[in-house]
Structures are given as structure tokens and as C-alpha cells.
Write a protein that binds this ligand. Structure first.
Ligand code: AMP
Ligand code: MG
Length: 411
């Protein structure tokens, strides 16, 4: 059989993303439930944050000129705590003030309490403070709107909400946000050899069988990317069973994701089964691990088929399925970003394909390589914290700067 030509990951990703239509449905969710969700609208601030000038220190609010034109000893005429209202500052006095409290009208600086000392009382029994530094107008004042100005877009549509985003949305008064609905994904694994852990003990595993590991990391990855997962379990290597499951999966799901069965052996039924119900392209993507990847449509659902080898499945998911699922939710920047990190190992043998090596950052700021880079060795991913994105035909010499992808950053 003629081999399909290898396709670069870049081209595969581009073709895949061209197919995506962002889910049109939105829902409003409480901010506490919005973690990882993608904004369906801009969040615009209806106020300045801070709303008014506030103190950045515990100390004294004053008018600098009053200090410069005196011996620096000034009476305390009011006390302003965070959350309180102010009255204008009486000339030639200071206000005792605390962090976050509003600056009174007439004051133009705050002197931290460490730079002041109490110096008795004046004739009206008001405490007097001696200012021991030369204040500069504006010092230790957080200006109104210095964080957010009224009317500005604080979070743009398409933002995937992380911890800081949720805090920022709350700071402008949002209790809930409009987000794109979760993609509904049907997941199944193919393979006669697969057994679900928990159903057969390790001692009783029939010869030639293995536990289904892909289901567990794929379920996790999908969930982390905001999807609602329907787990359809294991489907045997049989055309009818595959067609039957695919037909059921197309109902009520946006995406069908499978692992295994996308090679072109007689026991690989994904391709013919999808072709019975819809359309399918089988791509040979020039990445290692990985390579076979199936993309198509079954009724109204997108179909994506990952290779069965666990590490191939995992890496192909990150490289192709993850960007697809994020784009489906309206995220623009779906790339796997790399940072330059030093390789603390040699890897003389280069591969013709773009390789994603399993690596881990070490305490010296470099990368260590997992010894066994076989696509079946899931330990390499559990041991590692990232992937080294190595261009085709590039040998690595100890000390080289290489491209590192943090897996945690992708999720
Ligand atoms: P396939 O892509 O179906 O040819 O499978 C390639 C290799 O990955 C075979 O050794 C399979 O046994 C293994 N494999 C396939 N699916 C899974 C799975 N869900 N969990 C663990 N290994 C798998
Ligand atoms: Mg198989």
C-alpha cells in the first residue's frame, strides 16, 4: 500500500483549525464556577479601581507644602481607616491614615509611620507628629484608576479564565460571567487487548491483554480543557461495533475522540467506520511520538482519532486536539509556547521528524532527558514535566539551548 506523505505539524494544525466553528452557545456562570472557562464577551469596568485615591501605607496624609513651610511638626486632625469616608484635610494638619483608606481632599502625599514620631500635643489637645522625612507630592498614594480605568476592557472575549482573571473580574464588581458552553466530547478507546482497570486483577489478566491507560489521561486532559466528557469505554476491533459506537457518539456531542485503531492494519477499523458514517482524512503527521492522526466528521460531530501508543496519544492530544478544543471555545492563542532552556544531556541520534522528547527541568536550570523515549513508555511522561520540541534532523549537544514546553502550562 502506498504511504501517504508525511505532513508537518504546522500544516496539520493549520488545516485542523480552519475547520473549527466556535461554539455559538453561551451560559452565565458564577465566578466561583468559572475557572478555566472561556469568556464569551468582553468584561468592561463600570468603575475606576481603585475608585478613589487611597493610601499605600499606614502613616500620615498631608500636604507637602505644609511640611516644607514649617518645622515638620503638625497636629493630627482626623483618623481615616480603610472603608471610611473622609472630610477635607484642615490646612496645616495631618490625617492619621491606614493602607487602603481614601486620601482626604487637600492632602497630596502619605508619609509612612516609620518616618514619623509622636511629639506631644497642641493647645487643643490634638496629638502632634514630627515628620522626619521630606515628602514628595504623590508619594505612597495609589491613584484612582491606576489598576483599572472606568470603561476599559479588563478581560477580552476569548480569555480563558485563570486565578488572576477571576480576581480581576471580581474587582470590577462581576459576580458572574458569560462564557462559551463546554464542548461535549464522547471518548472511547479501541482495542481487543484492552481491559479496564478494576475489572480484572493483575494476577488474572489473560495473556496478551493490557490495561486501558489512555482513557484516564485523555479524560483528565479533556476535563482540564473545559470539556464535558461522555465515556463510552472500550470498543473491540470490529467494524460493526465501531460503526455502532460512532453513530451513538455523534448524538449530542460536539466532538468524538478515540484512541487506537488509526493505523492501516486489518485490525484498525476507525478509518472505514468513520467513512461509513461521514468523512475522514488520515494524516501522517511528521512528529515523534505520534504520526497517525485521523480527522473527520460523523453527522454533526467533529471526529478525531489518536494513535494507541500511550505517549503518542498524549503528545498528539497536546499538539492537535488541545488547540482544537480551545479554539472551539473561542480562544485565539492556542499554540504550545516554548521557552529556551539548556539541555543537560547529549542526544546524538537525530530523527527526520519533529520530536517531542520527554524531559524534566533540573535544579541547575537545565533539562534532563528520560532515558527511554519509546512511545509506549508512559513512565517518561509521569517522570517528566515537559516536552523538548526538537526540530527534524537536529542532534542535541550538552549545553545547547533547546525549546522546552511546560505541560502544566498547557492545561
Ligand atoms: P493501535 O494504535 O491500536 O495500533 O495501538 C498501538 C499500541 O498502543 C498497541 O500496543 C496497543 O496495545 C496500545 N494501546 C492502544 N490503546 C491503548 C490504551 N487505551 N491504553 C494503553 N495502550 C493502548
Ligand atoms: Mg489497536
Amino acid at each position: 500500500m502506498a504511504h501517504a506523505p508525511l505532513m508537518t505539524l504546522e500544516l496539520a494544525l493549520q488545516q485542523l483549525l480552519e475547520q473549527v466553528v466556535v461554539l455559538p452557545d453561551t451560559e452565565t456562570v458564577n465566578l466561583l464556577q468559572a475557572d478555566g472557562r472561556v469568556l464569551a464577551q468582553d468584561v468592561v469596568s463600570a468603575l475606576h479601581v481603585p475608585a478613589q485615591d487611597t493610601s499605600a501605607m499606614d502613616g500620615y496624609a498631608l500636604c507637602c507644602d505644609n511640611v516644607h513651610s514649617s518645622d515638620g511638626a503638625l497636629p493630627v486632625s482626623q483618623r481615616i481607616t480603610a472603608g471610611s469616608e473622609t472630610v477635607p484635610l484642615q490646612p496645616h494638619t495631618v490625617a492619621r491614615i491606614f493602607t487602603g483608606a481614601p486620601i482626604p481632599e487637600g492632602a497630596d502625599a502619605v508619609v509612612p509611620q516609620e518616618e514619623c514620631e509622636l511629639a506631644g500635643a497642641d493647645a487643643s489637645q490634638r496629638p502632634v507628629v514630627q515628620i522626619n522625612s521630606v515628602p514628595i507630592p504623590g508619594q505612597w498614594i495609589r491613584r484612582a484608576g491606576e489598576d483599572v480605568t472606568r470603561g476599559s476592557v479588563v478581560l477580552a472575549r476569548g480569555t480563558r479564565l485563570g486565578a488572576a482573571d477571576l480576581g480581576l473580574a471580581a474587582s470590577v464588581g462581576m459576580a458572574s460571567v458569560k462564557v462559551v458552553r463546554r464542548p461535549r466530547v464522547a471518548l472511547f478507546s479501541t482495542g481487543n487487548e484492552l481491559i479496564m482497570p478494576g475489572t480484572v486483577t493483575p494476577q488474572e489478566m489473560p495473556p496478551g491483554t493490557i490495561y486501558n491507560s489512555n482513557r484516564f489521561f485523555l479524560h483528565h486532559l479533556l476535563t482540564r480543557l473545559g470539556c464535558e466528557v461522555t465515556d463510552l469505554g472500550i470498543v473491540p476491533d470490529d467494524l460493526d461495533a465501531t460503526v455502532h459506537t460512532l453513530r451513538a457518539a455523534a448524538q449530542g456531542h460536539d466532538v468524538i475522540l478515540t484512541s487506537g485503531g488509526v493505523s492501516v492494519g486489518e485490525e484498525d477499523h476507525i478509518k472505514p467506520a468513520v467513512q461509513v458514517l461521514g468523512s475522514l482524512d488520515l494524516w501522517q503527521v511528521a512528529i515523534k511520538p505520534g504520526k497517525p492522526f485521523a480527522y473527520g466528521r460523523v453527522a454533526g460531530a467533529y471526529f478525531m482519532g489518536l494513535p494507541g501508543n500511550p505517549v503518542s496519544s498524549f503528545v498528539t492530544f497536546l499538539a492537535l486536539v488541545r488547540p482544537f478544543l480551545l479554539r472551539l471555545q473561542g480562544v485565539q492563542d492556542v499554540a504550545m509556547h516554548t521557552v529556551a532552556v539548556r539541555a543537560d544531556f547529549d542526544r546524538p541520534q537525530a530523527d527526520k521528524r519533529q520530536e517531542f522528547l520527554r524531559v524534566r527541568r533540573n535544579a541547575q536550570g537545565g533539562l534532563d532527558l528520560f532515558a527511554n523515549q519509546s512511545s509506549g513508555v508512559l513512565t517518561s511522561l509521569a517522570w517528566g514535566d515537559g516536552l523538548l520540541d526538537n526540530p527534524p534532523s537536529r542532534a542535541i549537544v550538552y549545553g545547547d539551548m533547546v525549546r522546552y514546553i511546560s505541560i502544566a502550562d498547557l492545561l
